[in-house]
Design a protein around this ligand. Structure first.
Ligand SMILES: [Zn+2]
Length: 120
């Protein structure tokens, strides 16, 4: 499952960061996520809650910001935002010039921006 492996990677990263800071507890985690990762945030939160039980990250709140994906047209060179509601599935992306020879530049990010901790 996609969400479980993301949650697992996230937990490892935040625990490591918290350890360096001598944290007693992780209160919240700020995430940036590209929209075309197609992550189910409810499932991600659920997975995280389950695997973080018994760690200092237990009960941490996930604050998720979505990033608009961008693409570039190989024909006219224009960069544009992908409208994820209209353009899914991604096979149907096309540029204003009519070309659908486009390359996806971003939208698959999964970044942990910051964590809020309670110090010892
Ligand atoms: Zn174009």
């Amino acid at each position: 499952m996609h969400e479980l492996s993301l949650a697992d990677g996230m937990l490892k990263t935040v625990l490591e960061a918290a350890k360096k800071e001598n944290a007693k507890k992780i209160k919240s985690i700020k995430l940036e996520m590209g929209e075309i990762l197609l992550v189910n945030t409810e499932q991600l939160t659920f997975c995280f809650d389950v695997i973080s039980k018994g760690t200092i990250a237990e009960g941490a709140k996930l604050e998720i910001t979505f990033l608009k994906p961008r693409a570039i047209c190989n024909k006219c060179g224009k960069e544009f935002n992908i409208n994820s509601e209209n353009d899914f599935p991604l096979l149907h992306i096309s540029c204003d010039c009519g070309s659908n020879d486009v390359k996806i530049l971003s939208g698959r990010e999964f970044n942990i921006k910051s964590i809020k901790i309670e110090e010892n």
